[in-house]
Ligand binder design. Structure first.
Ligand code: G6P
Length: 505
């Protein structure tokens, strides 16, 4: 049965609800990067970003403009005179407008302030945030550049501007001051820290005030929304409504809510059943050397210290220590895409993972069999789907995560109704995916025990658990997420219009 919220239905809501109001999506990471391959040919590539995965169906459905940093090495020669290119390649349906940043801007704004200060600040992963006034200065400058691009696109008229994530916290206030006709909505994809942690950021008040330029701010789960309301109440001069979801400041009000993000379940599910994926499954079997899916565990994500990767590999080691019956048979494949490689903590993590892998394989590898395969390489969607379909279990053991779409992708990929998800209780999606084997991501023994359980769970139990999760992800897909943010935004616009006509009348 087709899910209630489909691309077509969202498109309908966008057309009717917006009634011609242009939609502008803004994020740091672009949905398509143009890169030169080894032969000098330009290829369009998809970056490894959960945000991009979730937003693209929305952008496609709206047919609007997406503004993002042009970071591909052939991006400049792929745009028109207005710095824009129609995407996706081959079936263009929205415009990608690129913002250019110098190396120094990219370093201060992206590498340092966004990813060495705000990223560790928002995730409790015990990597200390790194603050420098100069980086804050660059972050402000770059946020002004993004605001300028939005203002050009809107050309003084009304538009719905849908901002994404922690790279752009100061944009909404700048936009509100420059063009009061804009309806401003922001989605914060990562956790929002509690007040004690947030106070360690020297410009916490400016961050909150920047975000309060929005009409609506969405978080992944209610706990992050209430952390934000608490911060607005206590750290800046603002008033929070007693019933809790509105912040008033300088005559403007911002609604705050939780909107758990999701994926295009149907597309994922259908692609998983395709012959192209079946072929890719066979290729994987050759490459991994494991032909029995009952003996395969997988993990796949960006190489990031929030994902609990060392603990996961140590759990494989513990599993093999405790279960000699799996020696020579069981294999865990960890696929990792790299990003933010300029940052020391990421490089250090990579070495640590390589060290653990070498040790585990030195202890148990025999006759061509390797129990742990660490593959730090970019694979396309078809290959990732194939690996997810092949495995008995997939591990998502984030130390802290806003939502985690890999978990939802795994569930959607299991068109065979089988497979076990081992899931950190500190990932936002743990609230939805009750059928997973939930683990404490710091507790290596617990992860190892969950792996052993996944390998021996009865088929009926596996199917029951998977069915619950597939129902959930199918019902709460990315279109429903988009529709609920959009419906709330349009409700706010209608209320504002009523208020201003009452004032005039
Ligand atoms: C997380 C963030 C996104 C970001 C993605 C990839 O999912 O919420 O905003 O795009 O990581 O990180 P990168 O730094 O490579 O864009």
């Amino acid at each position: 049965m087709a899910p209630f919220w489909s691309r077509e239905r969202l498109q309908g809501l966008i057309r009717e609800g917006l009634g011609g109001l242009p939609l502008i999506v803004v994020s740091n990471r672009e949905p398509w990067m143009h890169q030169r391959d080894g032969h000098g040919l330009i290829q369009a590539e998809r970056p490894a970003s959960g945000l991009v995965t979730a937003l693209e169906p929305f952008a496609e459905a709206s047919g609007g403009t997406w503004i993002a940093h042009g970071s591909g090495d052939a991006d400049r020669c792929s745009v028109d005179a207005r710095d824009a290119v129609a995407v996706p390649p081959g079936r263009p349906c929205y415009r990608l407008r690129r913002v250019w940043l110098s190396d120094a801007e990219q370093e201060g704004y992206y590498t340092h302030l966004a990813n060495r200060a705000l990223w560790p600040l928002c995730h409790v992963a015990f990597v200390p945030p790194h603050y420098e006034a100069a980086h804050w200065h660059t972050y402000r400058q770059v946020n002004a550049r993004f605001a300028e691009a939005v203002l050009q696109e809107a050309a003084g008229e009304a538009a719905l501007v849908f901002l994404q994530d922690y790279h752009l916290a100061l944009v909404p206030r700048l936009l509100r001051q420059a063009n009061p006709h804009l309806l401003l909505v922001q989605f914060w994809h990562v956790p929002w820290p509690n007040r004690e942690l947030l106070r360690t950021f020297p410009q916490a008040d400016a961050l909150i005030e920047g975000l309060l330029g929005n009409d609506l701010i969405g978080f992944q789960i209610p706990a992050h929304a209430s952390n934000f309301l608490d911060a607005a109440d206590r750290l800046v001069e603002a008033r929070v409504d007693p019933d809790g979801d509105l912040v008033h400041q300088n005559g403007h009000r911002t609604q705050v809510g939780a909107y758990p993000i999701s994926i295009d379940y149907q597309q994922w599910n259908e692609s998983a059943a395709s012959s192209a994926v079946a072929e890719a499954m066979q290729c994987w079997q050759q490459q991994i050397g494991v032909h029995d899916p009952a003996l395969l565990g997988v993990g796949m994500e960006r190489l990031d210290y929030t994902k609990g990767l060392p603990q996961r590999l140590l759990a494989v080691e513990r599993l093999l220590e405790d279960h000699p019956e799996w020696h020579g048979r069981f294999c865990f494949v960890q696929l990792l895409a790299t990003s933010r490689t300029q940052i020391t903590e990421y490089r250090r993590l990579r070495s640590e993972l390589e060290r653990i892998t070498a040790r585990v394989n030195a202890r148990w590898a025999s006759g061509g069999w390797q129990p742990l395969q660490l593959r730090i390489e970019q694979r396309d969607v078809r290959e990732r789907l194939a690996l997810q379909r092949l495995a008995r279990f997939c591990v998502v053991s984030s130390l802290h995560d806003g939502m985690n779409l890999v978990a939802k992708e795994f569930v959607a990929s299991r068109c065979d109704g089988d497979g076990v998800l081992i899931l950190s209780r500190f990932a936002g999606c743990a609230l939805e995916l009750g059928g997973a084997l939930q683990v404490h991501p710091y507790c290596v023994e617990q992860i190892a025990a969950a792996m052993a359980q996944a390998l021996s769970l009865e088929p009926a139990d596996r199917r029951l658990r998977m069915a619950q999760m597939r129902r959930q992800v199918s019902d709460y897909n990315v279109y429903r997420w988009g529709a609920s943010i959009l419906a709330d935004s349009l409700r706010l616009r209608d209320q504002m219009q009523l208020q201003s006509s009452a004032l005039l009348g």
